[in-house]
Design a protein around this ligand. Structure first.
Ligand code: 0RA
Length: 636
């Protein structure tokens, strides 16, 4: 087995080739997909290995360079991947980790491994999917290099010179016959690397994009505390962040939290640097510690009276921004997307660490903490009021079971998957829409004026608004905690507003409302934006409708020299019912945009920034985006 002479083919070589071939045949099995997601996966996989070295406390800097030809270099200043001959295979360890599937875990001893989580396919799978990959290691005063093509070594591990420092540098170019596109998205990588840097205090991550000349460096001495400050930038905060970091058995628990004067919660939970969007045992432990500790404190400080009910989980999470990060030796992930932590022992570990440290923090910072408890108390009372208001709405609509809002022009279709609701701005446009629609499956709900700014209000206030109540009743599925998607009366809910500033504002208000109080409606793809035309261009008898200035300019260029009548639509009301049907409502000819939440965190921030009470960031956002209001990046 120890035969390393070139040309000598061993059983292990055959296994290697078969392994790599399997990866190339079914890349999706290893990296999820071969679209841009899979492409980004390759970089993340390679970077994760360097992050593991950083978690071991050795590597302090990682740089990622995207070259003009879409090759990528990932370099770190860790110990360098070992190059010694591996006794079982007779090959260099460097070659083994790059050619044998799942070999990575056999090195590196007892450290925490990012790589055992979401990515975790090992650098050999990346190698198999690359046109070429070349790795340079500096170790023991020497510089070594090996090159692979489509995963197969094309050189031995060669000693190519001397080295003063240590580290690993890998350049690879994804295989263009496997990936649909090699177009890395700078912004996607920025988000991910920023997050990685927050989660490993003191680690410097440099991202350089040679295609555009852009570069960013991330380095946060404060780790998750910096993360919380970052999430709360532009929000009004009630106190300095709370922070705790403690090792319990094999689990390292780290939490930072800070309350704001807002009403929503932003908690991010990570396990071995993987964003566990579906939570898991660490999040359960954290939440239960938070509720218990604030209740204990509230009682002890006399802020909660004997006659008061305990704070609920929802009460203590209102206005909370928290980052929870656990690192453990053998993380177990549940759910198809591996986004939920399953290790049972972690719940108690996190709960104990947070409860103890938070109780001490509350004692030591009693002035600040009064603000927290006051806030929670207000939340509890408001929730009580909201519950009563909501029950009233529900009771009312139950009593009058046909109590659909008077302004709703319903459709005859009863199968909700076939039915559509157009939410239309203003009574006059509502009138055109009612006449123009296909009444068999299209219902129209005109809304008058601006609906309430929901970000600034609690549910009880929101339910005071007649417009909002009409909307909730028309949709049929309740709101907030009582939301039930099964009762949704229309499979497509389409917002139709004028293509002007007021229209954009109403759209944003409605999106905020749906995002906050009916998120499932958005997540499950039921929400759409109508796309009314911007211009009508008459060329003799022929009518053209165009939907953007660019499209108009192109058409005018094309029809140059002809006598054109160009009408700019200022509002939906200017279209007669037939035109509205033809351009905006007829499923055969219309375009509607599906609203998706591409990045819940980004959407959350955008809404709060636009609608919340902190003024300066809002002014800045509106100024810097004033030129492209249409392209709010939360609408796909
Ligand atoms: C295992 C052992 C040692 C280093 C590494 C792994 C290592 C792996 C990667 C992957 C990317 N960069 C890396 N840097 C280091 C070294 C063990 C020793 O020197 O004692």
């Amino acid at each position: 087995m120890a035969d390393t002479q070139p040309g000598a083919y061993t059983a292990s070589d055959i296994q290697v080739l078969e392994g790599l071939e399997a990866v190339r045949r079914r890349p999706g099995m290893y990296i999820g997909s071969t679209d841009v997601r899979g492409l980004h996966h390759l970089i993340l996989e390679v970077v994760d290995n360097s992050v593991d070295e950083a978690l071991a406390g050795i590597c302090t800097r990682i740089s990622i360079t995207i070259h003009k030809d879409c090759a990528v270099t990932v370099a770190d200043n860790g110990r360098g991947i070992p190059v010694e001959v591996h006794p079982q295979t007779g090959k260099s360890a460097l070659e083994v980790v790059h050619t044998i599937l799942h070999a990575g875990g056999k090195f590196g001893g007892a450290g925490y491994k990012v790589a055992s989580g979401l990515h975790g396919v090992g650098v050999s799978a990346v190698n198999a999917l690359c046109e070429y990959l070349e790795v340079t290691v500096c170790r023991d005063g020497k510089r070594y290099r090996q090159r692979y093509e489509q995963g197969k070594p094309v050189t031995a591990v060669e000693e190519i010179g001397v080295a003063e420092a240590t580290g690993t540098s890998t350049i690879f170019r994804p295989d263009g016959t496997i990936f649909k596109s090699l177009d890395y998205r700078f912004d996607t990588l920025v988000e991910r690397f920023r997050e990685m840097a927050f989660l490993t205090a003191g680690l410097e991550i440099v991202l350089i994009d040679e295609r555009s000349g852009r570069a960013m460096t991330f380095y946060f001495e404060g780790g998750v505390t910096s993360f919380v400050r970052y999430l709360n930038r532009g929000r009004k905060v009630l106190h300095e962040p709370f922070h705790v970091e403690k090792q319990v058995d094999d689990t390292l628990v780290e939490v930072a939290l800070q309350y704001t004067d807002g009403y929503s919660e932003s908690t991010y939970a990570f396990a071995n640097n993987i964003n566990t969007v579906d939570g898991g045992t660490h999040l359960t432990g954290f939440r239960s510690a938070l509720t218990r500790t604030l209740n204990d404190y509230g009682r002890k400080a006399g802020l909660l009276k004997d006659s008061d009910a305990n704070f609920s989980g929802d009460d203590v999470r209102e206005g909370l921004t928290a980052v929870l990060s656990v690192k453990l030796k053998e993380p177990q992930f549940e759910s198809q997307t591996k986004s939920k932590l399953g290790n049972a022992e972690v719940k108690g570990q996190v709960e104990a660490v947070v409860a103890e440290a938070l109780a001490a923090f509350l004692e030591e910072h009693s002035r600040e903490c009064k603000a927290i408890v006051d806030k929670v108390l207000t939340a509890a009372r408001a929730r009580q009021a909201a519950r009563q208001a909501r029950d009233l709405v529900i009771r009312k609509s139950a009593l009058e079971s046909l109590a659909l809002p008077g302004k709703l022009a319903d459709c005859s279709e009863r199968d909700s998957t076939q039915a559509e609701l157009y939410i239309v701005e203003g009574d006059s446009a509502g009138g055109s829409a009612k006449q123009g629609r296909d009444r068999r499956f299209q219902a129209i709900l005109p809304l008058r004026g601006k609906i309430l700014n929901v970000e600034k209000s609690r549910l009880d206030k929101i339910l005071d608004s007649k417009e909002i109540r009409a909307l909730i009743t028309a949709l049929g599925c309740g709101v907030g905690d009582a939301f039930d998607l099964a009762n949704l009366r229309y499979g497509r809910v389409i917002i139709m507003t004028d293509a002007d500033v007021d229209g954009a504002h109403i759209t944003t208000l409605l999106l905020t409302f749906f995002f906050r109080y009916m998120p499932m409606l958005v997540e499950r793809g039921h929400l759409f934006l109508a796309q009314p035309p911007l211009y009508r261009i008459q060329d003799g008898k022929q009518l053209h409708y165009v939907y953007s200035d660019e499209e108009k300019d192109a058409l005018v260029r094309k029809l140059h020299g002809r006598n054109l009548g160009i009408q700019r639509y200022k509002g939906l009301g200017e279209m007669d019912p037939e035109q509205l049907w033809e351009t905006t409502m007829d499923p055969a000819t219309r375009t509607i945009l599906q609203v998706t939440i591409e990045d819940a965190a980004a959407a959350d921030r955008t809404f709060e920034m636009l609608m919340g009470s902190a003024v300066p960031p809002r002014t800045r956002f509106i100024q810097s985006h004033a030129k492209d209001v249409k392209n709010l990046d939360l609408i796909a």
